[in-house]
Ligand binder design. Structure first.
Ligand code: TLP
Length: 352
């Protein structure tokens, strides 16, 4: 089989030659003693870029979110967030298991919340209720299609939350994609949140690692949880070195990924049985409804896999395709030809 075209996630990117070279040359030390120069530099640069006092390097985005939640909350408190957020769906109930908190979730079709929705759920602790202490936003929002918070909406949530003594954490796994879409520097997107986690290992293309940033105090507390979770690494400067290359070089490539996602959505929108709105694509994530093909998402993705195109079914009739660093426009074109061939072979006709 010729080379696979992997649209399952932007987590699948492999380190570039520059990243591998930087890893080879990295100066390292024991990070638990704060003695790894590459990690120290990465943490300083990350904090600077997102406009916060300090940052900590964590092995995964999940660990970054969980360290943030632990550092912002006390056991028995409530966190308000979107019902389809990564923290709710894909972090193994870490909010309950690790922080001892409860989630109160809200719906919205695109993953974006507003203060008007959040406000009625906020409550102080009482004889009957857990008190709210944290709001978590996901920017861009993954599973509902890579949507980005309009900056005013996000700033509004932060301002109102702060007036009530609540903290706001941003799961910014793809905040660089969000900033690219908005055409603003990342520190403007993150200006009013108390903390932000972002992944080096997604659109930015590093092999491993995420950053959690916030106030110096907050990061000190987050480091303790990182240790509890076994995430305090030693000579991990080899990873940080790749992360630094990703941080400095990759953001400019994200616009290309967004164009490719738009191309994929436009191509799919023309195909019988597939429903997707290209105007909905803001970043690098395409969610498509395949009910009209007569196949489930799993069936269609299995047929694509046989022909070398990898994608994920995320619900019985919904699939997700992501663009990234390691897929070129030509590969997107080839993947779209493959989808079209599969639909023809199974006899999906216009109007089905
Ligand atoms: N997302 C992965 C899967 O876990 C779903 C993906 O393929 O998209 N926040 C957001 C918004 C994410 O999308 C992810 C990963 C994470 C956090 C966690 O990052 P990792 O995988 O590094 O723990």
């Amino acid at each position: 089989m010729s080379e696979l075209i992997d649209l399952r996630s932007d987590t699948v990117t492999r380190p570039t030659p520059q990243m591998r070279q930087a890893m080879f040359e990295a100066e390292v030390g024991d990070d638990v003693y704060h003695e790894d120069p590459s990690i120290n530099l990465l943490e300083r640069r990350a904090a600077e870029i997102v406009g916060k006092e300090a940052a900590v390097f964590v092995p995964t985005g999940t660990m970054g979110n969980q360290c943030a939640i632990r550092a912002h909350t006390q056991r028995g408190e409530e966190i308000i967030l979107h019902e389809r957020s990564h923290i709710v769906l894909y972090e193994m109930g870490g909010v309950a298991q690790l922080a001892g908190c409860v989630t109160r979730t809200l719906p919205s079709p695109d993953g974006i919340l507003s203060w008007d929705q959040i406000e009625p759920l906020v409550r102080p602790a009482s004889d009957h209720f857990c008190g709210t202490s944290l709001i978590a936003v996901e920017n861009s929002h993954n599973i509902l299609g890579g949507h980005v918070y309009p900056q005013q909406v996000l700033n509004g949530i932060c301002d109102e939350a702060h007036e009530r003594g609540l903290k706001v954490h941003m799961d910014g796994a793809r905040v660089f994609n969000a900033a690219t879409y908005l055409g603003t520097p990342v520190h403007e997107v993150t200006a009013r949140v108390d903390s932000v986690m972002f992944c080096l290992s997604k659109g930015l293309g590093a092999p491993v690692g995420s950053m959690l940033a916030g106030s110096a105090d907050f990061i000190e507390r987050a480091r303790l949880t990182r240790k509890v979770l076994g995430g305090s690494m030693r000579q991990a400067g080899v990873l940080a070195a790749a992360g630094l290359v990703a941080l400095e070089q990759s953001p400019t490539g994200l616009a290309r990924d967004h164009e490719n996602a738009r191309f994929i959505a436009e191509s799919l929108a023309e195909m019988p049985g597939i429903s997707v709105n290209p105007a909905d694509i803001q970043t690098n994530i395409v969610i498509l409804d395949v009910r009209g093909t007569g196949m489930s998402g799993k069936e269609l993705s299995a047929k694509l896999r046989e022909r070398g195109v990898l994608s994920n079914a995320i619900a019985p009739y919904r699939m997700r395709m992501l663009t990234h660093f390691d897929v070129s426009r030509e590969q997107c074109e080839s993947a779209m030809r493959t989808v079209s061939e599969v639909l023809q072979q199974v006899g999906v006709a216009v109007g089905d």
